[in-house]
Design a protein around this ligand. Sequence first.
Ligand SMILES: [Fe+2]
Length: 172
Amino acid sequence: MHGTPLQSSEKKLGQLEGVFRDSDAWQSMSPETLVYQVQWHEAIPQGMEGGLFWGTTTIAPGRVGDEYFMTRGHFHSRRDRGEYYCTVQGRGMLLLMDEERVTRAEVMEPGSLHYIPGYIAHRTVNTGETPLVFWACWPSDAGHDYETIAKQGFSARVLDRDGSPAVVPEER
Ligand SMILES: [Fe+2]
């Protein structure tokens, strides 16, 4: 991807306070550790109806304690807007949570296509030893609500259990 509509952002561990369960483990790691980066193509202004955006996300392999590196996760600001993800490289899990906080997970592997309906929060988790790379396509007027997840989290986490990923209900 190239050209003027191309945008990018990255998230380092230091920017992800409160995201991971084990705050002692989080504090013991370098805040400069890169967790994920996103590049996306905005052909029209954000918020304008009728267009689509295209993005590539790369999540580094790694863990904070027994919890795999992952994205913050979000609902769309316009809750009814959906999204497609398609896995390119690596292995992971897509956590999907509805507004009643019921969470389910889909396995991400090269070629896997994931339809995320409206009203569903989504977070991706790298459960492998190599970068997890996936494409995303979403409506130009979807917007991102990170705030709700920052406050309430997901109702389940993906943790390493004896070398394998397990979806574990969040203790509240
Ligand atoms: Fe999204």
